[in-house]
Ligand binder design. Structure first.
Ligand code: C2E
Ligand code: MG
Ligand code: MG
Length: 711
C-alpha cells in the first residue's frame, strides 16, 4: 500500500501559515517603500534647501534693498531655469518674468492640474461646489492652499499670507515626477511690501544622489527578494515539518497505514462539514475474529502481513472520502458514506465476504458493529448549535454493537440501537449490585417438583433461582444468569444455591418431610474450579445433607469444553454419592457419541421438544428414540417444560421417568413448596398433582423460611 499523500495536510490547515507569511512579506515591502520615499524626500529637500535660502535672500533684497539692488536681484531670476512672480495681497500678479505655470494637485477637485499661475489666480473655472472662486496658491507636496472667494475675501488671502509667513517652507511647490531635474515654485512672503515672491526654480537631483537612491532601491530589492525566499523556505519547512508530525502522530506501524488518532481527527473533519450535514455515515468497528488464535497458529509476522492484506482489500472497496484505520490488534475502524441501513449492511457484508475469501490456509472470520450517523440529526439530538461529534462515543457505540454479536457466531453485522444502551445499562446495574445482592440475601431459591407421569408421584425437584430486588421486584433468571456467566459471578451463585438447598434438605429431613433429590444447576464456568467434585462435596457435607439428595445438573453445552475433564468430574461426583444429570438435552450440539462415555444418571430432554409439537409425528419419533437411547444407557429421563395432558400421556406411554413442567407445577417459593409438595406427615395436603397449569407464585415475605437465608 502506497504511503504517498497519506499524511497530506488538509488545505485549510496549510493555508493559514502561508497567508500570515505573505502578510508579513507584504508589510516588509511596504515598509521598504516607505523608507525609500522618505529617502527620496530627504534628497529633494536637501537639494532644494540652497534654492530656498537663495530665494529668501532675494526676497529680502527685493523687499528692503534699494531699487538698483531690487533690479539686480530680479534680473537673476530670468532665464530658462528661473522665472518669478510677485503677487499682492489681492492675489494680483504685480510683476512676473517668463511663464508662470503651476502644477499640482487640487485637493477639492481631487485631480492633478498644470496651468498658468495667472489663470489659476483669475480663472473663473476654479470654483468650489457653492460657486465660490478658489485660488490655488500652491500645489505639490504638502502645500496646497485653497482660498475662498478671492474677490470678496481679502482676509482669506491674508490667511495664506500669514501661513506663508509662519511656515515659509510650506510654500515649496513643484512636481515630483522627474528624477534628475524638475521645475518647482518657491514662495517667500515679503513682510515689507505684504507681497509674496514666487520663484520658479529647477530642482536638480545629482547623479550622486541618484546613486544613493539607486543603491537604496537595490538594497531594498535585495531585502525584498531575501525576505521572499525566506518566506518560501519557511512555508516549505513548515509544511514538511507539519507533514512529519502528522506522519508521526497518525501512522500505524502494523498496517503501514493510519491509526486511531488519524481516524478520529479525519472523521471529526468530515462530520463537521456543513455540506455533509444531511448525509448518512456508518461508523464501523470491523473485527478480525480470533485474530489472536491466528497469531498463535502462525506467527506475529504472518498475522501482521495478513492484516495489511486485509486493509488493502478493504481499501479497494472504499469510495472517495471514506476512511479505514487500525485501532487495536484485531479492530479496524471504518467510516463509510451510505444511503441507509440496508446499504450499509450490503456494503459491509460485501467487505466481509471478500475478506473471508482471502486464501491464507486459515478460515478467516470478520464481524462488524455499526453506528449510523446523520450529522444534522445528531446535532438536534444533542441540542448543539454546531455539531461537534464525539468520535470516541460514536466508535464506542459501534464497538458495543459488535460486542453484542454472540461469541459463537463467527461473523455478522450488528447495528447499534438504543436497546443496546438499555442492555448495557442493565448489565452494568447487575454487575454493580451482584455482590451486595448475595450479601443482602436478595436471591431466593424456588422449587419446581418433578413427577412420575404414570403414578403422579413426586420423584424429584429442581432448584431455580429468583432475584428479589428491593426496587425492581422479582427478576427472572434469564435476565441475570447470562450476565453472571459472562462475568464469572455464576460460580458464587451456584455455591449459594447448593448451600441453601443442602441446608433445606437437612432441615426437611429433621422435620420428617418427604425428601427427594433436588437438582441444582452447575454452570460450565464452574468447571474451571480445581477439584470441583471435592469442592461441591465439601459445601454439601458442611450443611449435613446426604449427598444422595443432591443432583448436579450440567448444561449440555458444557460437555464440549473438555470431555475428559468432564468425565473425570462426573465419575468423582458419582463416587461421592451425588446424582448427575445432563440438562437441556437437544439444544446444543448433542453428540450422541459422547453420551455413551458420560456416566450420567439422568437425561433431561429440553422443553423445546414439547413446544407446539403435540401433533408432530417426527418430533414424537425423536423423543421416543431419545428416551429409548437413555434407557439403554441406564439413564433415567426427565421431560422439561411439559404443559398439557396429551404430552404427559405420550411421555408416560414412552416410558419417560419424570416430568417437570407447568402441567404439574410451576417453580414456587420455598414456603409454598414445603406446604403443598412436602408437608410434614399428618399435615393436610392438597390433592395429588394439579391438573391445570398453575401460576408461578410470588414470594411472600412472611412465608420465606428462615433457613432459606444463609447464615
Ligand atoms: P433450566 O435449568 O433448564 O430450568 C428450567 C426452566 O424451564 C426454568 O426456567 C423453569 O421455570 C422453566 N419451565 C419448567 N417447566 C416449564 C413449562 O412447563 N413451561 C415453561 N414455559 N417453562 C417451564 P427458569 O427458572 O426461568 O430458569 C431458566 C434457566 O436459568 C434455567 O434453565 C437455568 O439454565 C438457569 N438457572 C435458573 N436457576 C439457576 C441457578 O441457580 N444456577 C444456574 N447456573 N442456572 C440457573
Ligand atoms: Mg436446569
Ligand atoms: Mg433445562
Amino acid at each position: 500500500m502506497s504511503n504517498k499523500g497519506k499524511y497530506k495536510i488538509p488545505k485549510a490547515h496549510a493555508l493559514w501559515p502561508i497567508l500570515w507569511r505573505v502578510a508579513v512579506f507584504l508589510s516588509i515591502v511596504v515598509m521598504i517603500f516607505a523608507v525609500l520615499n522618505i529617502l527620496s524626500g530627504y534628497v529633494r529637500d536637501f537639494r532644494s534647501e540652497a534654492d530656498t535660502t537663495y530665494v529668501r535672500e532675494l526676497a529680502d533684497t527685493i523687499d528692503h534693498g534699494t531699487e538698483a539692488e531690487r533690479e539686480r536681484a530680479l534680473a537673476t531670476l530670468t532665464g530658462d531655469d528661473h522665472n518669478y512672480c510677485i503677487i499682492d495681497l489681492y492675489g494680483n500678479v504685480v510683476e512676473h518674468s517668463g511663464p508662470i505655470t503651476v502644477s499640482g494637485y487640487n485637493d477639492k477637485k481631487g485631480e492633478f492640474y498644470s496651468s498658468d499661475l495667472k489663470d489659476i489666480l483669475f480663472d473663473a473655472d476654479v470654483k468650489d461646489d457653492d460657486g465660490d472662486r478658489k485660488i490655488v496658491v500652491d500645489a505639490g507636496g504638502p502645500a496646497t492652499f485653497l482660498l475662498d472667494d478671492y474677490n470678496t475675501s481679502i482676509d482669506a488671502f491674508a490667511e495664506v499670507y500669514d501661513l506663508a509667513s509662519n511656515h515659509p517652507d510650506l510654500l515649496l511647490s513643484g512636481s515630483s515626477n522627474a528624477v534628475f531635474s524638475f521645475p518647482y515654485w518657491i514662495g517667500v512672503p515679503m513682510s515689507g511690501s505684504s507681497q509674496i515672491l514666487l520663484v520658479r526654480s529647477m530642482l536638480t537631483v545629482k547623479v550622486k544622489d541618484y546613486a544613493y537612491l539607486a543603491a537604496g532601491i537595490i538594497i531594498a530589492f535585495i531585502i525584498a527578494v531575501f525576505v521572499f525566499i525566506l518566506m518560501i523556505v519557511s512555508v516549505i519547512m513548515n509544511l514538511s515539518s507539519n507533514r512529519k508530525l502528522r506522519r508521526w502522530l497518525f501512522r500505524d506501524n502494523i498496517i503501514k497505514g493510519h491509526n486511531w488518532l488519524w481516524y478520529a481527527v479525519s472523521t471529526q473533519d468530515i462530520l463537521c462539514k456543513r455540506k455533509n450535514a444531511h448525509k448518512t455515515y456508518a461508523v464501523v468497528d470491523l473485527v478480525f475474529v480470533r485474530y489472536r488464535n491466528f497469531v498463535l497458529c502462525h506467527s506475529v509476522k504472518e498475522a501482521e502481513s495478513l492484516l495489511r492484506l486485509v486493509v488493502v482489500e478493504i481499501c479497494k472497496k472504499l469510495k472517495k472520502g471514506e476512511l479505514i484505520a487500525h485501532s487495536s490488534s484485531a479492530a479496524l475502524p471504518l467510516l463509510l458514506e451510505v444511503k441507509d441501513e440496508d446499504d450499509a449492511n450490503a456494503r459491509i457484508q460485501d467487505i466481509i465476504s471478500t475478506l473471508e475469501a482471502i486464501p491464507c490456509g486459515h478460515r478467516l472470520a470478520f464481524k462488524a458493529g455499526v453506528y449510523l450517523v446523520i450529522p444534522a440529526q445528531e446535532k438536534i439530538a444533542l441540542n448543539q448549535k454546531r455539531y461537534i461529534p464525539d468520535i470516541d462515543l460514536l466508535y464506542n457505540n459501534a464497538c458495543a454493537a459488535s460486542l453484542s454479536l454472540s461469541e459463537v457466531a463467527d461473523s455478522g453485522i450488528a447495528f447499534f440501537d438504543s436497546e443496546l444502551v438499555d442492555e448495557e445499562k442493565w448489565i452494568d446495574t447487575v454487575t454493580t449490585r451482584q455482590q451486595a445482592a448475595v450479601n443482602n440475601e436478595e436471591f431466593l431459591v424456588y422449587y419446581q417438583p418433578k413427577y412420575d407421569p404414570r403414578t403422579n408421584e413426586h420423584m424429584g425437584t429442581e432448584a431455580l433461582i429468583r432475584w428479589q430486588t428491593p426496587d425492581m421486584g422479582l427478576v427472572p433468571p434469564y435476565k441475570f444468569i447470562p450476565i453472571f456467566e459472562d462475568n464469572g459471578f455464576i460460580t458464587q451463585i451456584d455455591d449459594y444455591m447448593l448451600i441453601h438447598v443442602a441446608r433445606n434438605q437437612r432441615r426437611w429431613l429433621n422435620e420428617g418431610r418427604k425428601c427427594v433429590p433436588i437438582s441444582c444447576n452447575v454452570s460450565r464456568a464452574h468447571f474451571g474450579t480445581e477439584n470441583l467434585a471435592e469442592y461441591i462435596c465439601n459445601l454439601v457435607d458442611r450443611e449435613g445433607c446426604p449427598r444422595s439428595l443432591i443432583e448436579i445438573e450440567l448444561t449440555e453445552s458444557a460437555f464440549f469444553d473438555d470431555e475428559n475433564a468432564m468425565i473425570t468430574t462426573i465419575n468423582r461426583l458419582k463416587s461421592y454419592g451425588f446424582l448427575v444429570s445432563m440438562d437441556d438435552f437437544g439444544t446444543g450440539y448433542s453428540s450422541l457419541n459422547s453420551l455413551k462415555d458420560m456416566p450420567l444418571d439422568i437425561l433431561k430432554l429440553d422443553a423445546g421438544f414439547f413446544r407446539g409439537s403435540e401433533d408432530n409425528p417426527r418430533t414424537r419419533i425423536v423423543v421416543s428414540e431419545a428416551l429409548a437411547l437413555a434407557r439403554s444407557l441406564n439413564m433415567k429421563t426427565v421431560a422439561e417444560g411439559v404443559e398439557d395432558k396429551s404430552t404427559v400421556d405420550f411421555l408416560a406411554q414412552e416410558g419417560c421417568d419424570m416430568i417437570q413442567g407447568y402441567y404439574y407445577a410451576k417453580p414456587m417459593p420455598c414456603s409454598e413448596y414445603e406446604n403443598t409438595v412436602i408437608p410434614v406427615p399428618g399435615q393436610q395436603v392438597p390433592e395429588s398433582a394439579p391438573q391445570q397449569a398453575p401460576v408461578e407464585s410470588q414470594p411472600a415475605a412472611d412465608t420465606q423460611p428462615s433457613s432459606d437465608t444463609p447464615s
